[in-house]
Write a protein that binds this ligand. Structure first.
Ligand SMILES: [Fe+2]
Length: 455
């Protein structure tokens, strides 16, 4: 018997030590921002600890019971306080416990909110979650029905041991399964809805309060003990369910990250390809990337969606990929091209189209390559398409391509002055260029007061 009492005391102490340590460590996970003071946080964690708040609210509710009893005695004298009967009305004490619990939880909410704000918590919802979960554990361990005195029944002592051990285990489960998983999610700066954090504690509190109320009606220690054992099981189930929810969010999160990684890789591969094309000609170095940049600016100005702007950017990056099939001597020729050489140059849109058509997952990528040398009046190549027949994206790239050609250095000239570029675009609007796109390009030029958009 003495051993059971000692084990009970031991687990009681273990519980309080673990409680303070795990509570502080959990709280620290909510303050990932740099520059927060650990000492200040520890101090605040000690004084705003749910355990202390619970003690305070217990004292307050006990006071209410005393004042109520005292009032019944008619405030005769102070000495009457000492003779207050201990067995109060079970319904009344249940209501008192319920009110105390609600006040305690509200205080937890309020203090967690204030602490989260004042210390600029990385994730305020998680601070609230930590408070409410640790409050729930304190409510669970608070069990006045077990008599652990030397002459108490062995059943009561075993239950009391079970109570302490279960709470220690639950705390560790809570920390290892939920706090760490949540902290990892927060690390990735993902926004997790604050309501989600309250699912577990609030649902549990409702189940617990209903069970507690009905078992206390029977006023039976056995019924109340069964209720407590059930509560632990429920609580572990809630932790497990919440763990599954978090894991699902993490899985979605990982899928989003993987998708982003693939996107970054694709863009990098496309940019590497664009550099390869440009490297063939020392005078067009950086041409593809600049055309892509200008095309995106035009697409944005034309009001296309961000996804469409990205598509224009990728198409423009690869618009000259067909030049890979054009001999270096022709591309790098400094003398005037012969008709035959020019005919070879004119094959690059078709070649580019054939190369990009191989990328089956993105068939639209080849559009820019094939039609960026078409003219609005139908005098372009390779297909002699006219006006709206030319895909819109290709009309955007055509303007960006010509703009970069004029604003880049060539073997025979430096980049052209801005006013000359402007008048070229204006004069060729409606003949070489789509008038809407040309108008957009003019407004880009007009906004570029210091003429920064050149090679
Ligand atoms: Fe081209």
């Amino acid at each position: 018997m003495q051993i059971l009492k000692s084990v009970n005391d031991l687990f009681g102490y273990i519980f309080y030590v673990c409680y303070i340590v795990l509570y502080y460590v959990s709280l620290k996970k909510c303050f990932l921002r740099e520059g927060y003071s650990k000492a200040k946080l520890f101090f605040l964690a000690l004084i705003t600890n749910p355990f202390l708040m619970f003690l305070f609210s217990t004292i307050m509710s006990a006071l209410i019971v005393y004042i109520n009893e005292w009032a019944k005695l008619g405030f005769q004298n102070i000495d009457a306080m000492n003779n207050i009967p201990l067995d109060t009305d079970p319904v009344f004490s249940s209501i008192i416990i319920l009110i105390g619990t609600i006040i305690f939880l509200l205080a937890s909410f309020l203090i967690s909110y204030l602490l989260g704000r004042s210390l600029k918590a990385y994730n305020k919802s998680m601070v609230m979650f930590v408070y409410v979960m640790f409050s729930v554990i304190i409510i669970l361990i608070d069990n006045k029905n077990y008599d652990v005195s030397d002459d108490s029944e062995i059943f009561s002592k075993i239950l009391s041991n079970f109570n302490n051990i279960a709470c220690v285990i639950i705390m560790f489960l809570l920390y290892f399964f939920i706090m760490r998983a949540l902290a990892k999610l927060s690390d990735r700066k993902r926004h997790v809805n604050w309501r989600m954090f309250l699912i577990t504690p609030l649902m549990f509190i409702v189940v617990y309060s209903v069970l507690d109320f009905y078992t206390s009606q029977f006023c039976s220690v056995d019924a109340n003990s069964v209720m407590h054992i059930l509560s632990y099981m429920f609580f572990v189930l809630f932790i497990w369910a919440f763990y599954i929810i978090i894991n699902n969010i993490k899985a979605t999160d990982d899928a989003i990250n993987a998708k982003e990684e693939v996107k970054i890789l694709s863009v990098e591969v496309m940019e590497a390809l664009a550099h390869t094309i440009d490297a063939k000609d020392e005078y067009t170095r950086g041409h593809s990337v600049r055309v892509a940049k200008y095309s995106r600016m035009l697409a944005e100005k034309l009001g296309l969606s961000s996804e469409e702007c990205d598509n224009v950017y990728y198409m423009a990056l690869l618009h000259d990929i067909g030049k890979i099939g054009v001999p270096n001597e022709i591309i790098n020729s400094t003398s005037r091209l012969t008709d035959d050489e020019y005919a070879v140059i004119k094959t690059h849109p078709g070649l580019g189209y054939d190369i990009l058509a191989e990328i089956k997952s993105r068939p639209d990528l080849s559009i820019g390559a094939r039609w960026h040398h078409e003219r609005y009046d139908g005098k372009g190549y390779p297909d002699g398409k006219k006006g709206e027949e030319i895909p819109f994206y290709a009309r955007i790239i055509a303007v960006a391509d010509s703009y970069d050609a004029m604003t880049s250095n060539r073997s025979y000239r430096n980049y052209m002055p801005q006013d000359k570029v402007r008048s070229e675009i204006e004069n060729n609007s409606g003949t070489q260029f789509d008038p809407d796109v040309a108008k957009c390009m003019l407004s880009v030029i007009d906004q570029d007061v210091n003429y920064e958009l050149h090679e």
